[in-house]
Design a protein around this ligand. Structure first.
Ligand SMILES: [Zn+2]
Ligand SMILES: [Zn+2]
Length: 462
């Protein structure tokens, strides 16, 4: 089972296919250079403090305190230098129950506590403190059967973890994947199961569920007025995504997924733990006794789990391999939606960071990429050409939907039987297909507006 774990069982976010219970299968010796050595024989490389020493992959030994500060420093730097959170924001933390998102929740809570403190001590002269809420995606409706009692106690754990974080009251939103398909008459679980059942490919199904999870987070954020969604995606999970995306032929859109910021979504998504390893985060949870809850984790499958076990192998040989993979992928040019524009951020930024955001061209702030209807990948040149030619032929709506999907999704997710096409798209939530409808409508309006100026075939040569 340990082989199927993407990130040491950290369940670190959208790209992670880690499985529950991996921790028991990964004894301390296998953690390589990343371990807690009980004896205080080695001194901390950063301070003179004693205590248990932690060795970080490729770095010096550290005491627990310094190790903690090291990770928090990375998190805080990612948040501030990318202007991830404005003082007026409310941030929705996607908490899977695993160590990675647990650490994200802990760290953002600490930043919030400090902001609250300085707001209070300064008599409201400082910047206001941002808000934090927590979302848990309940996938139990498509998981291997869990008893009602198990599910309820998992929810209870999640709520108690969040309520232990004060000051700063944090709302907990527990949402089920079925909610996306719900209508006035039904709860949506039936539709969810039917749509997922139509996807024959195991990897396709895994990716589709991943997409649903992100869409559900968007729904929760939009309905409750959150300005950002924070994921616990860490270097290990993203390294898995880099390799599996390459295998699936997603190379063109890959750079979009390995950045700190993703504004493709209506509510932007941020990844402040991108530079931390899953093992480091698990270790921190152990050191600080941060409670986790992974009862409802869904193990990955198909290519995703194969790649995860491959990465686990690499990690055994050398714990810094995951960093290497991530750094290599980061050399690819990101898309324009991978940063926040200067609008609304400038005033809150430290002056040394302002030039970084001033350079954003105002034309660039609204991006022009066409995104795959299913997975959200930006379209490559050939996919764009295909879409253009389909649009001009103006046939059935179903052809338009298909043309709005990237090659990989057409191959792995959309049913290959043409008769099932229509049914598949009819089952998808309305807001999903509406995007294509409005895109093609605006295309048609444009055509109507310029119709008088278009040359008809008969006009040519007269
Ligand atoms: Zn130290
Ligand atoms: Zn796609």
């Amino acid at each position: 089972m340990a082989a199927a774990s993407a990130c040491g069982g950290s369940g670190c976010g959208p790209h992670c296919s880690s499985s529950a219970g991996a921790e028991e299968d990964a004894p301390a010796e296998r953690l390589g250079q990343l371990s807690i050595s009980g004896a205080a024989s080695t001194a901390c490389g950063k301070c003179d403090g004693g205590g248990a020493t932690v060795a970080v992959a490729g770095g010096v030994g550290m005491c627990g305190e310094c190790f903690r500060a090291h990770l928090f420093g990375k998190f805080k730097l990612a948040v501030t230098s990318n202007a991830m959170v404005r003082p007026t924001d409310t941030v929705l933390v996607a908490f899977s129950g695993g160590p990675a998102s647990r650490v994200a929740l802990q760290f953002i809570h600490e930043m919030q506590s400090k902001a609250i403190q300085s707001w209070e001590t300064s008599n409201a002269q400082a910047l206001p403190a941002f808000g934090v809420g927590v979302a848990f995606v309940d996938e139990s409706s498509i998981l291997s059967p869990k008893t009602k009692h198990e599910i309820e106690s998992a929810f209870e754990d999640i709520r108690s973890i969040v309520s232990s974080l004060s000051p700063g009251e944090k709302a907990v939103h527990i949402a089920s994947l079925g909610d996306l398909f719900a209508s006035e008459s039904e709860d949506g679980v039936g539709r969810l199961r039917e749509v997922v059942g139509m996807i024959g490919d195991e990897t396709g199904r895994d990716d589709f569920l991943q997409r649903l999870r992100m869409l559900l987070l968007q729904k929760v954020a939009l309905e409750n007025g959150y300005a950002k969604i924070m994921l616990g995606s860490c270097a290990s999970g993203i390294a898995c995504h880099v390799l599996s995306a390459t295998v699936k032929g997603h190379g063109y859109s890959l750079p979009a997924d390995v950045q700190y910021v993703d504004t493709r979504w209506e509510v932007p998504v941020v990844l402040p733990l991108r530079d931390c390893l899953a093992q480091e985060l698990s270790l921190l949870c152990k050191l600080d006794s941060l409670k986790t809850q992974q009862l409802l984790d869904r193990p990955g499958s198909g290519i995703n789990s194969l790649v995860a076990s491959f990465i686990a192998r690499l990690r055994e040989e050398n714990p810094s391999r995951e960093h290497t993979i991530l750094r290599t992928a980061q050399k690819l040019k990101p898309f324009s939606f991978n940063k926040f524009s200067a609008n609304g951020y400038h005033d809150f930024l430290p002056s040394r960071l302002r030039p970084k955001f001033q350079n954003v061209d105002s034309n660039e702030s609204t991006f022009t990429e066409i995104l795959c209807l299913i997975c959200g990948s930006p379209f490559s040149e050939s996919e764009l050409q295909n879409l253009e030619s389909t649009k001009h032929k103006a046939q059935k709506k179903i052809d338009l939907y298909t043309a709005h999907c990237c090659q990989s999704c057409r191959f792995q997710i959309i049913p290959s039987d043409t008769n099932m096409f229509e049914h598949f798209f009819s089952l998808l939530p309305k807001f999903w297909t509406d995007k294509v409808n409005s895109a093609s409508a605006s295309h048609n309006t444009l055509r109507d507006q310029i119709e008088d100026y278009l040359l008809e075939d008969d006009d040519v040569g007269t």
